[in-house]
Design a protein around this ligand. Structure first.
Ligand code: ATP
Length: 380
């Protein structure tokens, strides 16, 4: 268990900065997820923590000790990669025991002094069996990797990290080789594992659903820069900019260019030939942008068939033509044409519409977002 701090960390490859001024304090036992599109610098950040990549500038500290120049083996960190990298000729037990046999661990000797010592066979066996039990692979210990399923192989790779009882676990897209169903199952297993081990974990993924379900805090990155680092619900409800708003949530938030218009004492968002009223309580935040271009954001689940809306505020309903309909059983996904704009809606399956028909769509404007057009910064 350990606290990990990244303090103004940069990684440069020549003129290109892959990670820029990255600062984050990770609490002891926290599950942190780094998420962002391909090339945003997640893996590079993780590799710097592991010691597999030099740091160009800044400091990384583990339990307040600066580790910038410590080799990976001295950082007491275990890393699980996307490729399981199991030894094909060894059985599961030996794959998990391998690093224990090779390493020395601090232990008290017969004279009472603590020194780095090799583990006894009995200790190794105990650690491997405990980890295998935790991961539900006790009955696979004599099998070779080729005789295992993808999910079982991934468990062995995780088990190999657990047996070392490291201060910090690092995961680099560990589930991306698994099929969709297994990914979801393994995701839950990893969450349980974290609850059981209570270790500090840093996890890299490009999958926002994985990030949201696993992370105590989720760090959204873009172009080497942290955009926002907060708990999943705060990220979802209060994204700091358009990038985070669009990255978190599936299907993703709808964005429509709009302009803010004041009329009498009400505030409206205008989209060419149609408009929506900003709720009174949100008016003061939108008003300073009157006359300016903004970007309106609304999540698909905040568009409703007017017939099923709980309460209907004035000037919040627009007619929309149904272009595509996807029935998922639990939800109905609709691609709707509103004027010349297309929006994506996630509605109740009770909504009865046909492709080509027109639906009165209620926009729950209490859930609206507004972003500055140029910077993408969140206004509300
Ligand atoms: P992915 O999800 O695709 O793995 P990532 O967010 O993990 O992406 P990184 O692997 O951290 O991204 O790479 C960040 C950026 O740094 C990318 O633009 C990549 O091309 C660049 N990069 C990584 N390693 C090197 C290198 N050795 N030399 C030059 N550029 C590199």
């Amino acid at each position: 268990m350990a606290q990990v701090e990244l303090d103004h960390v940069w990684k440069r490859y020549g003129d290109f900065a892959a990670v820029r001024d990255f600062s984050l304090r990770i609490a002891d036992g926290e599950f942190i997820v780094l998420v962002g599109p391909s090339g945003c610098g997640k893996t590079t950040t993780l590799r710097m923590v592991a010691g597999l990549e030099d740091i160009s500038q800044g400091e990384i500290r583990i339990d307040e000790q600066v580790v910038n120049h410590l080799p990976p083996r001295d950082r007491d960190i275990a890393m699980v990669f996307q490729s399981y990298a199991l030894y094909p000729h060894m059985n599961v037990f030996d794959n998990m025991a391998f690093s224990l046999k090779m390493r020395r661990f601090p232990a008290a000797g017969p004279d009472g002094t603590t020194a780095l010592r090799k583990l006894s066979h009995a200790d190794i066996e105990k650690r491997v069996r405990q980890a295998a039990k935790l991961l539900g692979i006790e009955d696979q210990l004599t099998k070779k990797p080729a005789q295992l399923s993808g999910g079982q192989r991934q468990r062995v790779a995780v088990g190999r990290a657990i047996v070392r009882n490291p201060k910090v676990f690092l995961f680099d897209e560990p589930l991306s080789n698994l099929d969709a169903k297994l990914r979801v199952a393994m995701r839950a297993e990893l969450a349980k594992l974290h609850q059981a081990l209570k270790s500090t974990m840093i996890y890299v993924t490009h999958d926002q659903a994985e990030a949201m379900t696993l992370g105590d805090r989720v760090v959204v990155m873009d172009k080497g820069v942290i955009q926002q680092a907060q708990d999943p619900q705060t990220l979802y409800d209060h994204p700091v900019n358009r990038f985070v708003a669009g990255f978190i949530g599936s299907p993703s938030m709808n964005f429509l260019d709009a302009s803010v218009r004041m009329q009498d004492s009400a505030t409206f968002l205008e989209f060419g030939s149609f408009r929506l009223r900003v709720p009174e309580e949100l008016g003061p935040a939108a008003a300073p942008h009157a006359g300016k271009g903004v970007v309106f954001g609304i999540r698909p689940e905040n568009l409703h068939d007017r017939l099923f809306a709980q309460t209907v505020r004035p000037d919040s309903t627009l007619p929309a033509k149904v272009e595509v309909k996807e029935s998922m059983g639990s939800d109905l996904f609709l691609y709707l044409k509103v004027g010349d704009r297309t929006v994506h809606a996630r509605m109740s399956p009770a909504t009865k519409v046909d492709v080509g028909s027109t639906l009165d769509v209620y926009f729950d404007m209490t859930k609206m977002h507004l972003f500055e057009k140029g910077t993408g910064a969140s206004i509300l």
